[in-house]
Design a protein around this ligand. Sequence first.
Ligand code: C2E
Ligand code: MG
Ligand code: MG
Length: 762
Amino acid sequence: MNGSDRALRVPLIVGLTTIVAVLAWLGVRDADDRVGANLAGTVALSAAAFACWRVSRAAPTPPVRGFWLLWALTAACLVLSTIANMLHGAPGIPLYEAIPTLLALGLAMLAFRHVPLAPRTRADGARMLLDGIAVAVAGTVFFTYVLLNAVPEGTSAGTLIAAAAVGVGCLLALVVFGKAAVSPEGSVDPVALAILTIGPLAGLVAVMLVLGGTETGMLLLLVLGYPLVGMGICAAAYRQSRVLHVQPPKRPRWSIGGPLQFIAVTGTAVLVIIVSARELDGRGRAVVVGAVLIAAIMVARQLLSLRENRLALRGVRHQQTELERLALSDYLTGLPNRTGFTLALTDRLDRGRPATVLLIDIDDFKMVNDTLGPSAADQLLARLAERLRRCAHGDRESVARLGGDEFAVLMPSGDPAGIEAAAARFQHAVGRPLPVGEQRFLLHASIGVMVAEPGDTADEVLRNADIAMYAAKSAGKASWVRFEPRMRKDMTGHARLAGELHDAIQGGQLRLLYQPVYDLVTGRMHGAEALVRWQHPERGFVSPVDFIPVAERSGLIVPLGGWVLREACTQLARWRDSLKEGAVEAINVNVAVRQLREAGFVDEVAAVLSDTGLTPRNLVLEVTESSVADGPQVAETLRDLHEMGVRLALDDFGTGQSSLSLLRAFPVDVLKLDKSFVDGIADGADRGRLAVAAAVAQLAEHLELKAVAEGIESQDQLERLRDMGYRYGQGYLMARPLPADECAALMTAEPLAVAATGGRHP
Ligand code: C2E
Ligand code: MG
Ligand code: MG
């Protein structure tokens, strides 16, 4: 217990001692002694004023300090009331006693300004005012009718007015105290607040006693009433001092407005019934007027609540719409997101309206993302989204972002010409250069188109559009493909194939063939490319063209490629062992981008080389142009391999996004001209392809790279290619992919006449 607690016990003890002393003294002496009777109250209330002042001094926060200071003044005013009562010799309440009492009530109510009565909205304030008025009116009606009827003859008008005023004041004070006691938060202690209600309650009893006119009652009031109020205030102050530094717990909010109204309305209603039963006199009329007033107030209060409820409801609805909007839209682009799009699509399908979905996926966006970094890539996507939105036709087509670099367009019809035009329009929109910061980016999109059939669900439509989009990607990207049911079969076929491929790798169904690469000038075998074959137990031979893409998509390419690398290197080591100088120097192994993305790929290559006793010079890894452009991680892997001494060949050169800067940026050693260019060479009909073939040879010469022509099938092709500057070649004309022993036999065979002399194959 702290110091202020101890100090506060003094007024309590002084007050109680005085009360006991006065009671004893009155018992012994004159029970009619007004001075004596008032003395206990005076002392108790003075003690209360002191206690409140002490608490206000010790209070940590301004509201609590203000509250108790006003209560100190309240108690002081009541001391004045007791003194006024002492001076008044006659029975009843003198007006000059009522004035300090009313002042005290006013100050007490004012003190509650420091206690948050409830969350302080204007409506709360208005409601409280209405409650107060209702209670005041009810109180007035009560006093004017019931009590005045019972007041003995000869009671002075002054006493009547004073009693009514104090009574109504006490009622009002009860409303205020009650509200404060149930306020959900506040710094003044709730127990202290509850104790303080003794004041107005005692006031009401006092008024009734006074109006009852019994002098004994009066004395009882003086002897017990004022001291009781004083001690109550003391106790409240004491209680507050004990919990001064403790944050009062939050109280559940409940309203006493309801019960108060109920008492006011029913009380008045009973009076109205009684009055109406009798003849109406002046007071009766007052009752009726009061009743009407209270009814009006209640109506106003209800209207107020109604309005408030409506406002709250509107707020909730607004929030709900806002939340829905956020849940259905994409944070980056503001377009509808996948959920929003699915809802719109479902809505159309449910109404049986035609719907077509274009699923737009940006090609090689991963590369853009890696080059630009995530925030600039986001900027690019936001720009692209804006462009797609503008590209959409008014409100007939709607664009959404399904996630990442995937967008979707919902179109209202399925007519083929319209779809083709739309696909071309969106492809064109993606294909124009997009500026981001200083740079301009050129993007391409693969588009899958799905025309919804009656009875389709949104999920099916999106899944099929996705399948079509993948078909577009496999068809060489930057294109659009319309979904056909067989594609789904292909997809499931692929899934089954992937499962079987898994067993094939483990079960030894794979083997390697080796296709010789010839020196077109000397006619000697220069190297060999390892090409994987799958002998399926039921399907028979499965082409790598069919299963390599499946392996890439499923990730199986990683173990598969690992097996090929080890097997090919082992084979070269065997050849070099048995054929010595006669064996080719290096073996070419195809590597998929998925393998290059594996963090441990460089280590794997090093391990295979060291296990097989080869040097990095003995290995050429064939990669495609698109894998070189995959991103920084793959680029680093390629540089590490090159530094190690492994050579890199760009396979199928000329078919991808061949870019000269790519050749400068990456450590390439060999260019392999794609077969499609070789095909067009012989008859010379395709001048464009001819020009590319020639340009690639020149490029290789300038950059000091080896140029290899793939897929040579005729003598004519070979000669033209050699004339263009191709030193090396590979094709059925010289040799098909062969088993290891057949390939070994060719290594030691005579040089190919077909190459060196331009004559026929021996
Ligand atoms: P590629 O690396 O461009 O291999 C050359 C392909 O052209 C081989 O087909 C080869 O048999 C074929 N070819 C060679 N000369 C001629 C010719 O004169 N005429 C014709 N019509 N074709 C010729 P293959 O073995 O079916 O392989 C196809 C593709 O599968 C390869 O293209 C390569 O991209 C991939 N591939 C094959 N084996 C592997 C492997 O072990 N790993 C990876 N990642 N991919 C592989
Ligand atoms: Mg190859
Ligand atoms: Mg190739």
